[in-house]
Design a protein around this ligand. Structure first.
Ligand SMILES: [Zn+2]
Ligand SMILES: [Zn+2]
Length: 357
């Protein structure tokens, strides 16, 4: 399946191109299709594409992320590779414009529609990554006629009105003199071909709506609101255009006692007065098993202890976040006789805070 956003292909470099090669390729292409210099239709879209490719491939982190996942974006503080859905809207608008511009109708390849589906993940699945299945509905080329629209064994005929050009030349008289314009051929609607025996499967459309089950490899570390892009898994394109993309948006369910802040995991640890005053060694839960925490004597409520690298894998592949354990000193709600006696004893010897004079 064709991939529209193959940034390497756009810049015409190999997947192991050096930074220098990428820069060189970008400069050359940007010069060629800069809208100020190049007035051909499509140059602007091409310039935008080249720019987008360079933004990603010239940045080491974005490039490695792109190599691994294609495109991952969202509001989770991770990379958003510039032109997202809006870009696609702009592109189709621009394509539509180019198609009808100057009164000519051409069979401009058009990218297929991009689709979005949704996956709800448990906290654990989001943290460690998982493999899931989604069911989508997309438009594919008809398998019976391979997208031609003609019943198998037959083929579309060349339109006799326009001789396959899809357009007719019309000479008109105006006050400025005679001028010629191209108008789309009515008979073949600009396609240049006539389907005399339409395919029975797709009724001559060449494309059909199908339901597909797809396996999605969810990378470790995804967060609420982030999307994964599966290149070329959207609907089929038109006139040989590339297929659209499939976006999988995630929502992540909360954990029973962990909270998440980006790639850090937060945990509130309840301890009592004595542990805080005297210090203690306690077990704390982490994503990969129990850890030991040494609470120093004189620990205050709210103090936070950090376990480096015990958090969630960063989606860009740069290691893991941390586990932050926040100490919460709990006040006993009910005291038995013995405890009461000890607290009363403590109360006699501990200094009282005096109001400032
Ligand atoms: Zn068909
Ligand atoms: Zn025609």
């Amino acid at each position: 399946m064709a991939i529209k956003h193959d940034y390497y292909q756009i810049l015409g470099v190999s997947r192991d191109a050096s930074d220098e090669e990428i820069k060189k390729a970008f400069r050359k292409l940007a010069f060629e299709c800069h809208p100020d210099r190049n007035r051909e239709p499509g140059a602007e879209a091409r310039f935008k594409e080249v720019n987008e490719a360079y933004q990603v491939l010239s940045d080491r982190n974005k490039r490695s992320m792109y190599d691994r996942f294609g495109r991952v974006d969202g509001d989770g503080g991770f990379t958003d590779f510039g032109f997202g859905g809006l870009g696609d809207i702009f592109e189709s608008f621009f394509n539509g414009f180019a198609t009808s511009f100057g009164g000519t109708q051409r069979r401009v390849p058009q990218k297929g529609d991009s689709l979005q589906t949704h996956l709800t993940l448990s906290f654990q699945d989001a943290v460690f990554g998982c493999s899931r299945e989604v069911e989508i509905q997309r438009i594919e080329y008809c398998s019976s006629c391979h997208g031609t629209g003609s019943e198998p064994g037959t083929s579309p005929e060349t339109c006799s009105d326009c001789r396959g050009m899809g357009q007719l030349r019309r000479v008109q008289q105006s006050i400025f003199g005679r001028y010629a314009t191209n108008v789309p051929c009515d008979r073949c609607q600009g396609s240049g071909t006539i389907i005399s025996s339409p395919c029975s499967q797709c009724r001559g459309r060449g494309r059909v709506k199908v339901k597909r089950k797809m396996k999605v490899d969810v990378p470790a570390g995804v967060d609420n609101g982030q999307r994964l892009c599966l290149h070329g898994e959207g609907s089929a394109g038109l006139f040989g255009g590339p297929a659209g993309d499939l976006y999988v948006a995630f929502s992540v369910q909360p954990h029973r006692f962990f909270q998440r802040e980006g790639s850090d995991v937060l945990y509130d640890l309840p301890i009592n007065f004595a542990q805080a005053a005297l210090g203690d060694e306690v077990g704390v839960p982490s994503l990969d098993g129990k850890l030991k925490l040494k609470i120093p004597a004189g620990t205050r409520s709210g103090e936070t202890f950090r376990f480096k690298g015990k958090g969630i894998p960063r989606i860009d592949g740069r290691g893991k976040g941390d586990l932050l354990v926040k100490v919460d000193i709990t006040t006993p709600q009910r005291l038995d006789k013995n405890q009461r006696r000890l607290f009363e004893e403590l109360s006699r010897v501990l200094p009282r805070s005096e109001p400032p004079r």
